[in-house]
Write a protein that binds this ligand. Structure first.
Ligand code: FAD
Length: 468
């Protein structure tokens, strides 16, 4: 069968690329090795983790926060099976949605491992060993990533687990040890802390969510400790983990060289993800992956060293985020038909779905200092927000960073209620190169959490916040 484009992988990068290719009139096929579409994001990533975060948040609010609203509940309990079943149902709805979209857009799909025979020929090997060969003018590799394994942390998938198993536990851990204070570790740690587990986070860096603006990590750590009793071992290097019956023992060394031993019943290893290229047959077309991180090298147009073979999403450089993969999918589809699309990698927002949520776009204060850029900073605390007082969500703040000379917004960093949704306003503003004063002069509905962004922008403009 001859196609204009074959996409390998049906995660957010692959399926979005395929739909855009089909919209542009290209005859398109997708190869997916799993039985459902949607990749990591829909099956074992973004969507299931958010389903469990929402369920656990309802429970935590009912157990701890309803009382202050004058709502009393008795005999509250968690039905773990039902919670996981609901999560699975959410996954099924989403993956079925992709199958529907493929049909609607007349995209052919093949189940099996896609592997290069040559740059225009892809062999699909099904689970039953059946082999089929497909031909295409262009190939988009969107094979994604898998959890990073560390040699001294043997994952047995029962007690020492990755995010994938953590989304399917049949019981609430008594003591969950999370190795890695990044996004995935903190989100999954939050799920189980909200359901009543003691959660200890061990992080090698000196702060959690270390790549985000420094103020966010500090505030998030404070709030997770205060609200969920989570404990943190920062600047601490894990040296090993072992399973003894139903117990997991994690050994680590702190910054002073002191040995630490933690005993729990589950341990999530969440130390990052590695590009997934196994079985692609890249060697058959002369593509060499990067030594560090296994990534496929691409040029500024996301084309590999082989003309007509592109790569997008987690399998290439850059943030490992679903929306980055999606934008790259659209970019490549449009390049193939000769359009001139553009992605501003500085404006890809990053979000942590803890509560409060954390969201960020643009430069951090640390980056601006390193670049020697003169900037102004304005912050606004949710303690002073009428909407936050009404809902009882007063932890957190919004910080706006603007160019000291031109007032152009350079970065927006927020921790607070619904920050994941609010960051979109900052992205739009920055996409159109708004100044802090522009945001400060836009009418924001009252009472909303978004007023905190307006106030932070006013604070950055000339210390003009009204409610501070
Ligand atoms: P993937 O989604 O990994 O999809 C790759 C697909 O390719 C897979 O289905 C795989 O089976 C298939 N494949 C691989 N090789 C072959 C082959 N040879 N032949 C056929 N098929 C193949 N990101 C966010 O933006 N927001 C979040 O809230 C978020 N939460 C996350 C939570 C967790 C627990 C995890 C693990 C990740 C989360 N992510 C989140 C990251 C997000 O899931 C990834 O960035 C995103 O899925 C990457 O998309 P992709 O299309 O590049 O690859």
């Amino acid at each position: 069968m001859q196609y204009d484009v074959i996409v390998i992988g049906s995660g957010p990068g692959g399926y979005v690329a395929a739909i855009r290719c089909a919209q542009l009139g290209l005859k398109t096929a997708v190869i997916e090795k799993y039985s459902t579409f949607g990749g990591t994001c829909l099956n074992v990533g973004c969507i299931p983790s958010k389903a469990l975060l929402d369920s656990s948040e309802h429970y935590h609010n009912a157990a701890h926060n309803f009382e202050q609203h004058g709502i009393s509940l008795s005999s509250l309990k968690v039905d773990m099976k039902k919670m996981i079943d609901r999560k699975n149902d959410v996954i099924a709805q989403n993956t079925a949605g992709i199958a529907f979209l493929f049909k609607k857009n007349k995209i052919d799909s093949f189940q099996g491992v896609g592997s290069f025979v040559d740059k225009n020929t892809i062999k699909v090997t099904g689970e039953d060993g059946k082999v089929e060969e497909l031909k295409a003018k262009n190939v988009i590799i969107a094979s994604g990533s898998k959890p990073t394994a560390l040699p001294f942390l043997p994952v047995d998938k029962k007690r020492i687990i990755t995010s994938t198993e953590a989304l399917n536990l049949t019981e609430i851990p008594k003591h969950l040890i999370v190795i890695g204070g990044g996004v995935i570790g903190l989100e999954l740690g939050s799920v189980y802390a909200r359901l009543g587990a003691k959660v200890s986070v061990v992080e090698y860096a000196k702060s959690i969510i270390a790549t985000m603006d420094g103020g966010l990590g500090k505030e998030l750590q404070r709030v997770l400790k205060k609200n969920l009793g989570m404990e943190f071992f920062l600047n601490t290097k894990v040296t090993g983990a072992s399973v003894k019956g139903k117990k997991v023992v994690v050994t680590a060394e702190d910054a002073k060289g002191q040995n630490i031993e933690l005993e729990g019943d589950y341990c999530i290893v969440a130390v990052g993800r590695t590009a997934y290229t196994e079985g692609l047959g890249l060697e058959n077309i002369g593509i060499q992956v990067e030594e560090r991180g296994n990534k496929i090298p691409v040029n500024e147009h996301l084309e590999t060293s082989v003309a007509g073979v592109y790569a997008i999403g987690d399998v290439i450089k850059g943030a490992m985020l679903a929306h980055k993969a999606e934008d790259e999918g659209i970019y490549v589809a449009e390049r193939i038909v000769g359009q001139k699309p553009h992605i501003d990698y500085n404006l890809i927002p990053g979000v942590v779905y803890t509560w409060p949520e954390v969201a960020s776009v643009g430069k951090t204060e640390e980056q601006l200092k390193e670049e020697g850029k003169k900037y102004k900073a304005g912050s606004f605390s949710f303690k002073a927000s009428g909407r936050a007082k009404a809902s009882g969500d007063t932890d957190g703040f919004i910080k706006v960073l603007a160019d000291a000379d031109t007032d152009e917004v350079l970065g927006v960093h927020m921790i607070g209620p619904r920050a994941a949704d609010m960051i979109a306003e900052a992205v739009v503003a920055m996409e159109y190169r708004a100044s802090a004063e522009d945001i400060g002069r836009i009418c924001h509905a009252h009472p909303t959490f978004t007023e905190a962004l307006k106030e932070a922008a006013l604070a950055a403009t000339a210390n003009r916040a009204i409610h501070a």
